[in-house]
Design a protein around this ligand. Structure first.
Ligand code: GRF
Length: 194
């Protein structure tokens, strides 16, 4: 497959650690005729994951980062981002927390998707917590990344109804479908400020 690189597109990097369904939705959005972004680089903290397979299949430049030493890992990532002139970073299931310095050096250029209605349920196991609390709704949020976990300014969020019979897996599946649509919309909103 030949990668489509449009002129004057915002060069973006997607950071992943796993399945990559949000990477896929961002990529599919990026190749649309009127899209203003290009997925120039994929950074993965894991090698043998579906997201990496997808990126390679579509000839997206993909780098696996060894995170044994976080300082070195981030230094390598920063080098790659600079070398590729990356202007926007989309975290999509990236299971590593970026350091304060990293976040500072890309201020307002890093966004993330989180499977809850933030500020509710920051961190892990969001679906379990929503079910346990018998919430009527859960959902997902795209937000800017700041120095505190899942705490940056909210860009877009969308509710998903919770059913009494829901298992965390069922709820996760329904929310993921919504995530995959929400992320491109949030990117569109973010880049309108670029
Ligand atoms: C998504 O649920 C996202 O909200 C969370 O991690 C999951 C990643 O899924 N941060 P995928 O790898 O994009 O399919």
């Amino acid at each position: 497959m030949v990668k489509l690189v449009g002129k004057n597109k915002i060069l973006s990097a997607v950071f992943i650690s796993g399945r990559g369904s949000n990477l896929k939705s961002i990529y599919n959005y990026s190749i649309k005729k009127n899209s203003k972004i290009c997925v120039e680089l994929v950074i993965s903290s894991k090698s043998d994951v579906l997201g990496v397979k997808f990126a390679r299949k579509y000839n997206i430049k993909t780098k696996i980062i060894n995170y044994k030493n976080k300082v070195k890992a981030e230094a390598r990532i920063i080098k790659l981002l600079k070398k590729n002139n990356i202007q926007l970073i989309c975290l999509a299931g990236f299971m590593k927390v970026l350091s304060k310095n990293f976040v500072k050096s890309f201020k307002n250029k890093i966004i993330n998707i989180h499977p809850s209605l933030l500020p509710k349920y920051k961190g892990l196991n969001t679906h379990e917590r929503a079910i346990k609390n018998r919430d009527r709704f859960s959902g997902c949020t795209v937000h800017y990344v700041n120095q505190n976990l899942d705490s940056g300014k909210i860009i877009l969020k969308q509710k998903v109804k919770l059913y009494k019979s829901d298992t965390p897996e069922q709820l996760a599946k329904r929310i993921l479908k919504v995530e995959n649509k929400l992320y491109p919309r949030a990117i569109n909103k973010v880049i309108s400020n670029f």
